[in-house]
Design a protein around this ligand. Sequence first.
Ligand code: SAH
Ligand code: SF4
Ligand code: F3S
Length: 472
Amino acid sequence: MNKISEEETKRQLGFIEELKDVIAEKKRRLNRDLTYHVTTFGCQMNARDSEKLSGILESIGYVPTESEEADFILYNTCTVRENANMKVYGRLGGLKHQKKANPEMIVALCGCMMQEAHVVEKLRTSYPQVDIVFGTHNVFKLAELIKIHFDTDDRVIDVWEKTDEIVEDLPSTRKFKFKTGVNIMFGCNNFCSFCIVPYVRGRERSRDPRDIVREIEGLVADGVVEVMLLGQNVNSYGKNLEEPMSFAELLKEVEKIEGLKRIRFMTSHPKDLSDDLIEVMAHSKKICKHLHLPVQTGSSRLLKDMNRRYTKEDYLALVDKIKKAIPDISLSTDIMVGYPGETDEDNEETMDVVRKAGYDSAYTFIYSIRKGTKAAERPDQIPEDIVKERFDKVLALVQEISVERVKRFEGRVMEVLVEEKNAQLEGYLSGRLENNVIVHFPGDPSLIGELVNVRLTECKGFYYYGELKTDE
Ligand code: SAH
Ligand code: SF4
Ligand code: F3S
């Protein structure tokens, strides 16, 4: 059972208070502000963790800066594919010189990479410029770790292998005032054969629905109109709660929150997507008609080896059922090319699913060996040049189909959540449709954060131009 640790929240708030004085004193001495910069790699979970980490840094007195020449540099890392790791090591090199020039500078690393022992060992021996290292289970401890670093003037490395604790109610800041992610669960129990996530994020833990609703109510009171409910497999939400509850039931509770306008969620594992969820989505006024349903491959043989627990036919039948119940739905997916043992025929199966499912968008990845996973042990890894060839074929098809799909709304009036001023076009705003597609249209910046009706006048491939529909 998960422990909700109110004690721990109090302890951490105590460290935040103590650090406020320390930072204020430093500011006086230096006669300037102290700045921080967080760089986030990876998925929405990490993005949300970064909001929490930024919240702690701002509470103790650091001010945000766009520049990487900050006094506190934090990399929130991802290790789902090898190239994510390489980026982090590359960046750390540059920080060595920066640190010499600024004695106040602190370099901290956290996130999924830190949960791997070989990474921490490498940092320990070869990257003395790193001051603080922590993992995915103790994000809430940042203030305490900074305090220890100041007190000891030494490196602090604190990575937990696992946890059954959920710490609530610490400060967080948001990238956007009007939308944010909300964790509904942590970890993953699925152990897909290629995937490192269960090893670095630990076992599945669901948050109490009352805590989730309370958090969203607070966010709405603070200006949020759109939330993205986050979990590695939201469709298995609630199974380990003392009073079990399904994801569909949770959605109904969230829907009731007054003032909340849009609900999104990520990610749905096809094997756990229930009829109840389809039903709730079909009748909801707030849930975006968009479903991210990662398929990985179209080959039933490979799906079995991946431990995905559905076949190509199961997946396509599910897509059909969803489209029948929610005709306007936009589907997106993740596709992996080059899984060990993959043949040209397997790749054809993947392309067949792409054609039949008709995705509005698809993230295509080249399979990357992750140490410690089952697939990494297979002897039949695919040579790079063959993977590249297959990848290019899949990508070309995905793009062709998605351009067609995205265009289907041209001419319609649809609701857009206005996000920002367009950086290139003077007088234009940019926002997102329910299905996440971006729309640029002329309008006044006072509309940022509002839901407005926009006529989609011209589809430009993956985005739209539009014009505001006024109610005359
Ligand atoms: N929980 C989500 C996926 C999280 S990881 C789900 O099950 O759908 C996001 C995506 O990264 C996966 O869907 C997969 O396509 C990709 N991915 C995961 N491990 C990978 C690996 N070893 N190599 C390449 N892509 C990978
Ligand atoms: Fe990884 Fe599979 Fe869990 Fe998704 S469901 S995070 S792909 S193990
Ligand atoms: Fe990456 Fe961790 Fe997310 S490995 S994809 S940041 S859960």
